[in-house]
Write a protein that binds this ligand. Structure first.
Ligand SMILES: [Zn+2]
Length: 705
């Protein structure tokens, strides 16, 4: 396999979705200019378009449609040039959009339930490309087409775009109702493909399985053709980390656009794409004709490097005449120069285990009873092929958990469900399980052992409360460890923004929080404590909102206090289980930010590693141990650079706290942006090191004794 897909830390993609129009003359296209600019920017990876969304090919194809303005073999010459400059050559192929094929073969186009052709989502000023269905003759065409490309060229890697149904993405939220797809569904599940939102919810498991089946079938066919032609070419799919595990197992490296924003997506992909050299991308919020400050590019690449993700900028920096516009290339070059310094710290390292967030794929199926007050279920978006990124509830909760845990500035990893394995879990002193409703008995047994052995578990709502089909169990599968019993769901307040207010007991979790009744969203899970300590009880809102009930412009205020437990803690063996009977994994409720910080301080007592800062929402921190060396690498990224559109307000006053339990630091150095030794203080429970002001990003290395 090509070494590049694991070592190229400075990627670039120039977007070539060029329509076949006269205003795209490409008459000033110059390979010499490309070579000069790419060398100048120091990139080590370029994605080269073989076929784009219009179906335009950039080489002399026999099967497809060469872009009419192209007079050279762009793919071939670029491939040779990339070899010359020692950069990775990735062949890009648009699978799901090919307007040339769609217009020539309407029978290859995916259909909506009424039989109309599916077009790219509506309300945006973008071309409405048709969506192609790979259950038609289009698959054979695409396979032949790829065989043609791979027989002519020898790329280091292949990038497949717009393939299948990755959840939570713009392009994955569709179903095709063509005769072939309907027949596959009928054959596999014994009934017709549901055509309504409610029908899709009722058959949610079958529909999920159907999509996963098609994705795997199509990708496997394409992969076989590529493997046969070029066994050494690494293969990836756009949004690979969003696919289900059988697909993820078949990609050679991960590639995911930042569907949750750069920082959060990178944390997710670092966990899900572990050991598969993930790559992340983004269009830096910039236009080549209205360039952004270079620091925005530096912030973009730093966010990825900090997560161990290989960054790739995509850009419209080729003009229609083929000439390159250099503004974006300059910015990227400035950013990528930092990468040359940092490369030695980016490889051969492992994240420091501390807080794990469980991503439980089996839970990622729509629930029939809308238990989180969903107004618009994801299945409606699927039917309407909406422009949104419909996500299932569990993934949304995982996304919020990433934000909340990340703000606490302790090490955070996302753990896929195959990590429900005692040796893996036991490395994490705290495990968050955000609403993983379909945890089963076997998984519950491992998780219970993890707690008894000293782990701290934080659970919410219906974690382990559902059968495979989404129906409710009689009790939590982890009830014994939780020290509570399930007594029903209270969904009276789902129209209220806040369904519960928190009556607090005395506990370190509430330290420094505002002296009011803090809210949580509806619904509330009714529970009875059978052994757990109650940390907070439920205060009812004064009214349930509906069309006739008005209290104020805001969510109805706190009303009657109750004895109903809202947050509990059970000590079991050497560990603890904290349960929230209303969803705390929501990033729009402000108090939860400090609440999670307090919770981790209490459970970790103290955290092994932490960065103390007065601006936790503006600082992104990751912690790595260098393999085979007693060294910790800490990345500190100023996330406010993006919020401030490229303006840099240095973050001052941050301190690195290393607990004595974790180890003793022999020396601490800033290695980027400028070498500096840090003089620490030895306190009762921690060593504390001041960090110089963080402009865009800083990297600190701790040498452990
Ligand atoms: Zn179809």
């Amino acid at each position: 396999m090509s070494k590049f897909s694991r070592t190229s830390w400075k990627g670039y993609l120039i977007d070539h979705h060029w329509p076949r129009e006269d205003f795209i003359p490409l008459d000033r296209l110059s390979l010499a200019e490309y070579e000069d600019q790419l060398r100048r920017a120091g990139i080590d990876h370029l994605v080269v378009y073989c076929k784009d969304h219009w179906g335009s090919c950039y080489y002399p194809t026999v099967l497809g449609a060469r872009h009419p303005s192209l007079t050279i073999d762009f793919v071939g010459e670029m491939g040779e040039m990339l070899r010359r400059i020692g950069a990775e050559f990735t062949a890009y192929y648009s699978v799901g959009f090919d307007e040339h094929a769609a217009r020539g073969h309407p029978e290859w186009v995916a259909r909506d339930p009424s039989g109309d052709m599916l077009l790219h989502p509506r309300p945006i000023t973008r071309p409405r490309w048709h969506r192609l269905c790979l259950e038609t003759g289009y698959l054979d065409f695409a396979l032949e087409h790829m065989a043609e490309i791979l027989s002519r060229y020898d790329p280091d890697s292949v990038f497949l775009d717009i393939l299948g149904h990755p959840p939570g993405t713009f392009f994955g939220s569709y179903l095709c109702y063509c005769d072939s797809c309907r027949a596959v569904f009928l054959d596999r599940y014994g009934s017709g493909l549901p055509e309504t939102s409610e029908g899709l919810r009722e058959r949610a498991y079958d529909v999920e399985d159907f999509r996963a089946h098609l994705d795997l079938k199509w990708y496997s066919a394409i992969r076989d053709v590529i493997r046969q032609a070029r066994p050494g070419a690494a293969i990836t799919i756009n949004a690979s980390a969003h696919f289900r595990k059988p697909m993820r197992d078949l990609v050679d490296h991960h590639f995911t656009e930042p569907f949750w924003g750069h920082w959060r997506s990178s944390i997710f992909m670092r966990g899900i794409g572990r050991d598969k050299f993930p790559q992340g991308t983004g269009q830096v919020p910039s236009e080549v004709y209205d360039p952004s400050p270079h620091d925005l590019y530096r912030s973009f690449s730093a966010k990825h490097w900090a997560q161990g993700i290989r960054p790739l900028v995509y850009s419209p920096s080729q003009r229609p005449d083929g000439k390159l516009d250099t503004a974006e290339i300059d910015g990227m070059g400035a950013a990528y120069r930092d990468g040359d310094v940092l490369r030695e710290y980016l490889e051969n390292r492992s994240s420091v285990p501390c807080v794990g967030i469980l991503y439980h794929e089996r839970t990622c199926v729509e629930l029939p009873d809308r238990p989180y007050g969903e107004v618009r279920p994801a299945s409606e978006n699927v039917i309407e092929f909406d422009k949104n990124k419909p996500d299932n509830t569990h993934r949304r909760l995982v996304g919020a958990a990433i934000v909340l845990a990340g703000r606490t500035q302790v090490p955070v990893d996302v753990l896929p469900e195959e990590d429900i394995d005692l040796p893996v879990l036991s490395r994490y002193p705290v495990l968050l399980i955000p609403g993983a409703s379909r945890i089963d008995e076997a998984e519950a047994k491992v998780i219970s052992h993890y707690v008894e052995d000293g782990g701290s578990l934080v659970l919410s709502c219906d974690t382990g409360l559902r059968n495979r089909d989404g129906s409710l169990r009689d009790d939590f599968v982890l009830a014994a460890s939780m020290g509570i019993r399930f007594a029903g769901i209270d969904d009276r307040y789902t129209n209220n923004r806040y369904g519960s207010y928190v009556a607090r007991g005395r506990h370190p979790m509430w330290r420094g929080l505002p002296g009011t009744d803090l809210p949580l969203p509806a619904p509330r899970y009714r529970i009875e404590a059978t052994g757990a300590e109650v940390l907070a009880r439920h205060i009812e809102p004064c009214a349930a909102m509906d069309e006739d009930t008005f209290v104020s412009w805001w969510s109805p205020a706190p009303g009657r206090s109750t004895k109903q437990p809202l947050i509990t803690c059970n000590q079991i063996g050497r560990g603890r289980v904290v349960y929230f009977a209303a969803n705390p994994f929501i990033d729009s409720i402000t108090w939860l930010r400090r609440g999670f910080e307090n919770l981790f301080d209490w459970l970790l007592d103290p955290p092994p590693l932490r960065v103390q800062t007065h601006v936790p929402g503006s600082l992104g921190t990751t912690f790595w141990s260098r393999n085979g060396r007693d060294e910790i690498v800490i990345h500190l990224v100023n996330l406010a650079v993006e919020k401030l559109e490229g303006e840099v307000l240095p973050i001052r006053g941050a301190r690195i706290a290393v607990s004595h339990k974790f180890g003793r630091v022999r020396s601490a150095h800033v290695v980027h942006p400028a070498e500096k030794e840090l003089r620490g203080k030895n306190l009762a429970r921690i060593q504390s090191f001041p960090v110089p002001p963080i402009d865009v990003h800083s990297v600190v290395v701790l040498e452990m004794a």
